[in-house]
Ligand binder design. Structure first.
Ligand SMILES: *[C@@H]1O[C@H](CO)[C@@H](O)[C@H](O)[C@H]1NC(C)=O
Length: 657
C-alpha cells in the first residue's frame, strides 16, 4: 500500500507514557510529525524526548494537564496539528473533547462523538445491540415483583438464571436457579436473605454466566461504511477488575465460535456507524456462549496482541481511516497467524493487595526486543514511575507459532525483565503464567481468587542455598573492587578486614550478617584454597564456588552450591543484593548501616520508614513495641521518598529510663 497523498502531516498526541511513544513510532514510520504535550512531572520523560515538538501544559495532576482540554486544543492550534490522537484513558472517550476538536477543525482520531456517547451509557448500548441482533445478557429489572412475573421472565431469559437482590452486594440475597422446578424455592430463599440483610426484598433476574471469560473483539470501521473485525482477545485474567495478561486468539475457542464472535462484533460496530478502532467486549460462559457487555471506543491497551496475530499496525490504520482512506484490508484479507501474549508489568506490590507503587527505576534491563518480542514502554533506567499516573511500567508482548511456544517465550522474556528500585509484579506474572491451569488455557475472570493459594504461597524463608549465592555475589563483587583498588586501598576498606578475619589470602573466616526480609541470617564464610568457600548457616554447611561474568552488558553470577550449578543475574544496589532466577527473584538485604537506623529510633526493619517512594494514604503500620508517637512526619496525600521515616517513635522502655 503506497502512502501517497495523505495530507495529515502533523499530529498531536494527547497522552503520555507508553501509548504516546507507541503512536509516535508509527507516526515516524509514516513521516508524520508528532507533537507531544506533557505535565511538569513528565518534563524529562521518554515521550517528550521522542516527539518532534513538545509543549508543557501544566502541573502534574492530570486534571490540570492531560485532562485540560482547552490547553491541549491551544497547543494544537499553536503547533498547527491537523489531528489529535487521544491514546487510551484520559480524553480518549470524552464526547466533549471530540466535539471541541471538531469545532476547531481538528480531526479527532476516534469514532464520531455520537458513538462515544451511546456506548458510554450501559442501558443505551445494550438496547442498541439488542435491537441489532447482537446477543446481550438478558435480564429483568422491572417493578412487578409478583412470583408469576419473575418466573415468566426467568423462562424468557432461559435457565440457568441468577436471582439477585436489587440492593444486593457481597453475594447476599443472590441465588442461582438451574431450572423452572427450583425457581420458586430459590426466589423465596433469596428474598428472605435480602429482607434480613437489606430490609428490601426486591429482586432482579439475569442470565447466569458460569465461569465467565472476558473475550473482546477488535473492530475497525472507516468513513465509507466498511467495518471488519480482527479476531478476539482473551483478557480474563484480572486483578481488581484490571487486566494483567491478555492473549490472542482466545484459548480453546474453535473457528466456528470465532466466526460468530467476529460477526457479532461487526454487527455491533455497524449498529453505531463506527469509525476507527474499537473493541466489543463479551462475557463468555464455559460452553462458549457469549453476550455483549460493552464497547470501548478507542485503541485498547492490549491492541498489540491483535497486531501480532494479524501482522497489522493498528495505529497506522487509525491514521489512514482518520484521513478518509478506506480500510487497508477487507475481511477476507485479514488472516490469523500464531499466538500472542501481553503481560502488563506494573509498579505494584502483589503481596499487598496489588498496592500501586512509584519510585525510581534504579536498574532496568529488558529482554532484547526483536520482531516477535515487543517492549512497549514509556520509561528508561533512571526514570521515575510517578505517583500521579497509572503505575504501568511496560507491556511485554510476544508472538510464536502456537500458544505453547508463545507462553514459553513469555516466561523466558519475563525472566529477563529485571527491575530494581520499586516493587513490581514480575514474579507474580511468572507464577501466573506458570500455573498449570493457565498453561492449559483454563482462564476465567475468577482465576486469581480461585488459585489464590498457589499464586500467593506464604512467604517462606529464603533457602540457605540462595543466601549462600547472595553472599558469594557480595564477596566476589567486593573482591573485584578491592582488586581494582588494591594499591590505593587501605586495609580497613577490605572486605576481609573484619574483626574476626585475618587479612591474608591463605585461610580466613568471616562472619556476614545478611537480611532475609526482617530476619538476620548469619553466614560463617571460610575461604578454601583453589577459590571455593565453605559457608555455614546454622547447622548447614555448603561448599560453594563461582564467578561473576559479564555478558552483553549484563552481570551474572555463576555458582555451584554443593554441586548444583546455577546462573542468575546479579544486581547490588540500594543496600540490597538482587538475584534474578528463571522462576523468580530473591532480595537479600545488606546489614542496615548505623546512620540509617539512627534516623528513627525504630529503625528500618520495623516498617516505620516508607518501604517505597509513594503518596501516603491510609495504611496500617504495626508498632514493634509499646511506645509513644512523637510526631507524624507525613500527612495523608503527601509524598514520601523510599526509606523516609514516617513517624517519630519513642520506645516506652527507653522513655521510662
Ligand atoms: C555440602 O557438601 C559438603 C561437602 O561435601 C557436606 O559436608 C555438606 O553436608 C553438604 N551440605 C548439604 C546441606 O548437603
Amino acid at each position: 500500500l503506497a502512502w501517497k497523498c495523505f495530507w495529515v502531516k502533523h499530529i498531536l498526541i494527547a497522552n503520555r507514557g507508553e501509548i504516546a511513544c507507541r503512536v509516535m513510532r508509527t507516526a515516524k514510520k509514516m513521516g508524520v510529525k508528532s507533537v507531544a504535550v506533557y505535565s511538569e512531572a513528565d518534563r524529562n520523560s521518554m515521550h517528550v524526548a521522542m516527539a518532534d515538538e513538545a509543549f508543557c501544559i501544566g502541573p502534574a495532576p492530570s486534571q490540570q494537564s492531560y485532562l485540560a482540554m482547552e490547553k491541549i486544543i491551544q497547543v494544537a492550534r499553536v503547533s498547527a496539528a491537523q489531528a489529535v490522537h487521544p491514546g487510551y484513558g484520559f480524553l480518549s472517550e470524552n464526547t466533549e473533547f471530540a466535539e471541541l476538536c471538531k469545532q476547531e477543525g481538528i480531526i479527532f482520531i476516534g469514532p464520531p462523538s455520537s458513538a462515544i456517547r451511546d456506548m458510554g451509557i450501559k442501558s443505551t448500548s445494550k438496547a442498541i445491540m439488542s435491537a441489532a441482533g447482537v446477543p446481550v445478557v438478558e435480564g429483568y429489572h422491572g417493578e412487578d415483583q409478583s412470583d408469576e412475573c419473575l418466573k415468566d421472565h426467568a423462562k424468557r431469559i432461559g435457565y440457568p438464571v441468577m436471582i439477585k437482590a436489587v440492593r444486593g452486594g457481597g453475594g447476599k440475597g443472590m441465588r442461582i436457579a438451574h431450572s423452572e422446578k427450583e425457581f420458586l424455592d430459590q426466589l423465596e430463599s433469596a428474598r428472605r436473605e435480602a429482607k434480613k440483610s437489606f430490609n428490601d426484598d426486591a429482586m432482579l433476574i439475569e442470565k447466569f454466566v458460569d465461569n465467565p471469560r472476558h473475550v473482546e473483539v477488535q473492530v475497525f470501521g472507516d468513513q465509507h461504511g466498511n467495518a471488519v473485525h480482527l479476531f478476539e482477545r482473551d483478557c480474563s485474567v484480572q486483578r481488581r477488575h484490571q487486566k494483567i495478561i491478555e492473549e490472542a486468539p482466545g484459548p480453546g475457542i474453535n473457528s466456528e465460535v470465532r466466526k460468530r464472535l467476529g460477526e457479532a462484533a461487526v454487527k455491533a460496530a455497524k449498529a453505531v456507524n463506527y469509525v476507527g478502532a474499537g473493541t466489543v467486549e463479551f462475557i463468555m460462559d464455559s460452553r462458549h456462549n457469549f453476550y455483549f457487555m460493552e464497547m470501548n471506543t478507542r485503541l485498547q491497551v492490549e491492541h498489540p496482541v491483535t497486531e501480532m496475530i494479524t501482522g497489522t499496525d493498528l495505529v497506522e490504520w487509525q491514521l489512514r481511516v482518520a484521513a478518509g482512506e478506506k480500510l487497508p484490508l477487507m475481511q477476507e484479507e485479514i488472516l490469523l497467524r500464531g499466538h500472542a501474549f501481553e503481560a502488563r508489568i506494573y509498579a505494584e506490590d502483589p503481596n499487598n493487595n496489588f498496592m500501586p507503587g512509584a519510585g525510581p527505576l534504579l536498574h532496568l534491563s529488558t529482554p532484547p526486543p526483536d520482531s516477535f518480542t515487543r517492549i512497549e514502554t514509556g520509561v528508561r533506567q533512571g526514570d521515575e514511575v510517578s505517583v500521579h499516573y497509572d503505575p504501568m511500567i511496560a507491556k511485554l508482548v510476544v508472538w510464536a507459532e502456537d500458544r505453547q511456544a508463545a507462553l514459553r517465550k513469555l516466561r523466558y522474556s519475563l525472566h529477563r525483565y529485571n527491575i530494581v528500585g520499586l516493587s513490581t509484579n514480575i514474579d507474580f506474572l511468572l507464577s501466573l503464567s506458570g500455573h498449570p491451569q493457565f498453561e492449559a488455557g483454563n482462564v476465567h475472570t475468577n482465576f486469581i481468587p480461585q488459585h489464590h493459594d498457589e499464586l500467593f504461597p506464604t512467604k517462606k524463608a529464603t533457602p540457605p542455598e540462595v543466601m549462600c549465592q547472595a553472599a558469594l555475589g557480595l564477596i566476589l563483587k567486593e573482591k573485584m573492587q578491592t582488586d581494582a583498588f588494591r594499591d590505593q586501598s587501605d586495609d580497613k576498606f577490605s572486605p576481609f578486614a573484619s574483626s574476626t578475619g585475618r587479612r591474608i589470602n591463605i585461610c580466613y573466616t568471616r562472619k556476614l550478617s545478611l537480611l532475609d526480609g526482617e530476619n538476620v541470617v548469619d553466614i560463617a564464610v571460610s575461604y578454601n584454597q583453589g577459590g571455593s568457600y565453605n559457608m555455614q548457616i546454622q547447622d548447614k554447611t555448603f561448599l560453594i564456588s563461582g564467578e561473576i561474568v559479564n555478558e552483553d552488558d549484563t552481570v551474572y553470577l555463576r555458582s555451584s552450591v554443593n554441586g548444583t550449578v546455577c546462573k542468575s543475574r546479579l544486581v547490588i544496589l540500594d543496600n540490597t543484593i538482587y538475584l534474578f532466577f528463571p522462576e523468580g527473584s530473591a532480595q537479600v538485604g545488606l546489614p542496615v548501616p548505623k546512620y540509617l537506623s539512627a534516623v528513627s529510633s525504630v529503625g528500618m526493619q520495623s516498617g516505620a520508614v516508607a518501604p517505597m517512594t509513594g503518596t501516603v494514604e491510609k495504611h496500617t503500620i504495626r508498632a514493634p513495641k509499646a511506645g509513644v508517637i512523637k510526631k507524624v512526619n507525613f500527612q495523608e496525600g503527601a509524598q514520601a521518598n523510599r526509606h523516609a521515616p514516617l513517624v517519630e517513635f519513642v520506645d516506652e522502655e527507653a522513655e521510662s529510663k
